[in-house]
Design a protein around this ligand. Sequence first.
Ligand SMILES: [Zn+2]
Ligand SMILES: [Zn+2]
Length: 261
Amino acid sequence: MFDFHMHSTVSCDGHDTPEKMVAAARKMGLKEICFTDHVDDDPLGDSSHLQYTLAEYEAGYGHLTDDQVKLRFGMEFGLLSNNQPLLAQRSRERNYDFIIGSVHFADNVDVYFKEYWKGKTVLQAEQTYLQTTLDCVTAHEDFDILGHLTFLSKARVHPTHIPVNLETHKEIVAEIFKVLIAKGKGIEINTSGVDRCGAYLPAPEYLRLFKDLGGNIVTVGSDAHTHDRVGQYCFEACRIVQDIFGHVCTFENRQPIFHKL
Ligand SMILES: [Zn+2]
Ligand SMILES: [Zn+2]
């Protein structure tokens, strides 16, 4: 089984060393994992603390090997509608296996912060986040999959924690998917929402819509920032993806590999 989204201490917000994360993956019986540390970008502030340096990355992973768990090395890049040059530069600094493009900022603030929610109804907060996501996937080319669509549902400051309803936003979600599919990009099912807002990010009905529109690249990731969350709900999520698509994807050298489980 696979977990293609996790953060070690190489990330600004990761708590455990790469070695500890690998040990947890072994314990969980995972076949293959990918480290996807943050290169995030604050549209208004200093981003240096949100981005690892290449030297930090190599210090963390340069000598990391394991004889049980296949290790892949990637990045989670924070998409803005105008930071394509940064992604172009960072994606080519080494041979990454996999790049997740994620939307963390909308209206120039992190959707995790109270400030984003101030003066917005939940519906407006969702609409702004989805429109930003559409702008970002339209603007960018140098990523492989869109990370944790519907991510804002798990923000600690979310007033209701009710997951983004597909029926309410079907039109724009379909637009996002059509752009991704036309560019040969995929999506992930991120399991970090299960305990936080009771839903995968995004929920299986989104995956079905992605498939109906012609999408076929889907990865599974825990988004673990601590060793105890490595692989959490990934077996379940892999089964969901397998049932809908008939395969689950991993990546190597930025190319998808299709696994029939
Ligand atoms: Zn993220
Ligand atoms: Zn993440």
